[in-house]
Design a protein around this ligand. Sequence first.
Ligand code: VG1
Ligand code: CO
Length: 543
Amino acid sequence: MQITTHATQPIAGQKPGTSGLRKKTRVFMQPHFLENYVQAVWNGIGGVAGKTLILGGDGRYFNDRACQVVLRMAAAGGAARVIVGQGGLLSTPAASHLIRKRKADGGIILSASHNPGGPDADFGLKYNISNGGPAPEDVTARIHAATQEISEYHILETQDADLSTPGETRMGDMVVEVVDPVADYKALMEELFDFPAIAAMIAGGFRLRFDAMHAVTGPYAHAILEGALGAKKGSVVNGTPSEDFGKGHPDPNPIWAKDLMDVMMGDDAPDFGAASDGDGDRNMIVGRGAYVTPSDSLAVLCANATCIPAYEGGLAGVARSMPTSAAADRVAEAQGIACYETPTGWKFFGTLLDAGKATICGEESAGTGSDHVREKDGLWAVLAWLNILAARRMSVADIMADHWRRYGRNYYSRHDYEAVDSDRANALMDGLRARLDGLAGETVAGLTVEKADEFAYTDPVDGSVATGQGIRIWFEGGARVVFRLSGTGTEGATIRVYLEALETDPGKLDRDAQEALADVIAAADALAGIAKHTGRDAPDVIT
Ligand code: VG1
Ligand code: CO
């Protein structure tokens, strides 16, 4: 077996975004594209010689071939061992757990998360560090710099490794250890949650439906929900991972998980519904007739965490991404614990979790998780809800009503304008930025601006600074709108408009969110000129 050195040159556009490098699959499949990036990862982290890495992906198109390339390049770099999920599969939270459990030096996760998969859809690659979390910005900056300086890459010329059965083989001097992708993760969930209580609730007639959206959580949900917890066979739907996610869009929100929403809003709805995304780190929670926004879900999990064995002693603190609603803040305030506000992307929670400053974290984009791993975790959120329902013996709708009565309700919605021409999207943001200083006191569409800024963050643990993290505008009366550009898209720009208004009047807690936010929506458009800049008269996706 021979290590070949290929001459190459930098390929433009290999800059990791909110969550690793994401591109059209065909871009990833171009000659040298994947190889260049993997070599840049190795170069950016000081090489892989003697290291142990975790490898797995969400099973989308090109996952299998990319796995083999990563293995051959790890072997060429002198890695000691790569632990791979059987069939090349690992959910993102399971990969994070394996990195921690096996004390690996890091891991490669092959996924474009909630983006569709297939030869004409999206692919992605993310490097996680030894705490199990996404590489922080200094590491991604080094990787990006390495992509711009690359002149050669090294790869072992060898047959594909057999990833079909657990066990150890060798690739050159490197050990390839294939593991069951579910086993360790399932054991961790059993430690955190009161499985007997949940199983008893299910045995008592509680019905649930979990939509794996043809993505990676299928095997996990089968083993945990139907296996360990005894949910009826068929409770997990779309549970076989497929390369193109059944031609679907594996993003767990009311738009893309519409089938589940229809069932949950129907006459014979089960008690509880949930869905997860391509790589298993996002979650959607819906009760019978009651959709729970991710921001509310975070607040409810924090308010009820002590029902769950792992968090019985209370939380050290809570962290949420800046665009996430302030619902969790008031829970933290009531509990007398800290609430941190970070930029968008799970990588910003890592230091807070490592330092023991935050126990539970969440994002408005359907991500919730805790210090059990260093990624957001879809099934963890589902089990947390089930544990709370089993302990409180209330329906999802009643838990929400009770929560809002006590803390008030943060009406919340996100409007996305997708595949907008990048220059036009930048013009919209630049226009807002230019006006920020003079905005306070101005009245737009009936609302008066209280203050406005562009979010910058100084990490309270390591002092690192992230600037340009979204434009925030607050209105008198407590409403807020945030504008930012997505860092995970693969086509043009996606403008995200995050809308929020707090309601504490007990008579006004049951409104439709779009209706309750109508003023803020109008003010957002008037301020940013969304229609004018994008030529669109409505968002592509409303969550
Ligand atoms: C989006 C979400 C962000 C999330 C990220 C990765 O990023 O807004 O909250 O952390 O996706 O999630 P952006 O830059 O497009 O807004 V996942 O499930 O793709 O790993
Ligand atoms: Co994801």
